[in-house]
Design a protein around this ligand. Structure first.
Ligand SMILES: [Zn+2]
Length: 113
């Protein structure tokens, strides 16, 4: 149910922007979602199709830019790709890292009318 609450949050945020712009329909929405958010895409799609019914987003086309996980090692400074937060530095095997990208979850563009 994690995905459904995320989708509802996205829909609420999009509707707020739409209303602030005096619009009543959303034609297009672009999202940026990091792969470290742990989203299951099948569940996300299902939640999206279900939750947007009877909202101004019902007919909107949705584009999702998926951002790869990247981290900077806090021990040796190396930048590396991470698939899971438990991944270790390939250089020094340290667990300590600063996540640089992959935790994004935001609306990057919205087309309203
Ligand atoms: Zn390292």
């Amino acid at each position: 149910m994690h995905e459904l609450s995320l989708v509802c949050g996205i829909i609420d945020a999009a509707c707020e922007v739409m209303q602030n712009n005096g619009a009543t329909q959303i034609e297009e929405i672009e999202l940026e979602i990091g792969l470290l958010t742990g989203i299951e895409w099948e569940a996300f799609d299902l939640a999206w199709q279900t939750a947007r019914r009877n909202t101004p987003l019902a007919a909107a086309s949705c584009h999702i830019a998926k951002k790869e996980g990247r981290a900077e090692c806090l021990e040796c400074g190396r930048l590396y790709s991470v698939v899971s937060l438990a991944d270790v530095c390939p250089e020094c095997r340290s667990y300590f890292k600063n996540i640089v990208s992959g935790e994004e979850l935001r609306i990057t563009a919205l087309v309203v009318k």
